[in-house]
Design a protein around this ligand. Structure first.
Ligand SMILES: [Mg+2]
Length: 250
């Protein structure tokens, strides 16, 4: 693990062409009890749109959410998005890429979790197109119960991975992560040949930090916690302020 430098030490305006990758929850919006209740600052879509224009389209959101969910929250701005931790991906020219793997396991896992959800308050099961996420932010004491239940429900399944995040555990098809999504973008126009810069707040962003570090880019951890990132900024609000400064400097 690194000892990240304060993000304020990264010079603005950038002296090279950036390809900018941004996580959403905990990076562009503060974390809340229920994913539906996040609040996007009114100016954020416009700021992102402006930065994207200045980077000639080389700005992508890399998130655990569905692509359509990001579109709804950032409307009218529409950006390239890697959704569900890279399982789905919209390229800069608008193509949507989705995995071929079976997702019928999701219904079985959901059925297996039903007794737990019935028994306890404060849990939220989020069904996505290629994964399911069990959120326990509403009752953090249930962490181990949630881990055990979802582990038991997926143990017999091939090519299904568990992914731990902040107050959430997710079951998804294996073979995809945020780092692979960033690598794939970097092979495509307009990201190709640019210096990758990635900001994220969670353990699921560490795969992307590794890819960015390998490409001599800038990796930015938002908030506390051990990380492979090169830079750190204290919280979402400060990161948004930094984005505002970036928008006026490029
Ligand atoms: Mg996040």
């Amino acid at each position: 693990m690194n000892d990240p430098r304060p993000l304020q030490e990264l010079a603005l305006p950038p002296d090279s062409d950036w390809a900018l990758f941004l996580d959403f929850d905990g990076t562009l919006v503060n974390l809340v009890d229920h994913p539906e209740n996040v609040e996007v600052l009114p100016k954020l879509p416009e700021v992102l749109s402006h930065i994207s224009d200045r980077l000639r389209g080389a700005l992508a959101i890399v998130t655990g959410r569905e692509i359509r969910d990001i579109d709804r929250h950032l409307a009218p701005t529409c950006l390239p998005v890697a959704g569900i931790h890279g399982l789905t991906r919209r390229t800069a020219d608008g193509h949507i890429l989705e995995p071929n793997g079976r997702t019928d396991f999701l219904d079985d896992v959901k059925a297996g979790l039903a007794p737990l959800l019935k028994q306890h308050k404060g849990l939220h099961l989020e069904m996505k197109s290629h994964s399911l996420a069990l959120h326990y932010r509403g009752n953090p004491n249930l962490e181990q119960l949630c881990i055990d239940a979802i582990s038991n429900g997926t143990r017999h399944l091939e090519n299904v991975e568990l992914l731990r995040g902040k107050m959430v555990i997710e079951a998804k098809l294996g073979g995809y992560n945020k780092g692979i999504a960033v690598s794939d973008y970097l092979k495509e126009s307009p990201f190709r040949g640019r210096l990758p810069v990635y900001a994220g707040d969670d353990v699921t962003d560490e795969d992307a930090f590794e890819v960015v570090n390998r490409n001599s880019g800038h990796s930015i951890k938002v908030g506390a916690g051990s990380t492979k990132a090169n830079f750190r900024i204290q919280n979402t609000d400060e990161f948004i302020q930094w984005l505002n400064r970036l928008a006026v400097s490029i």
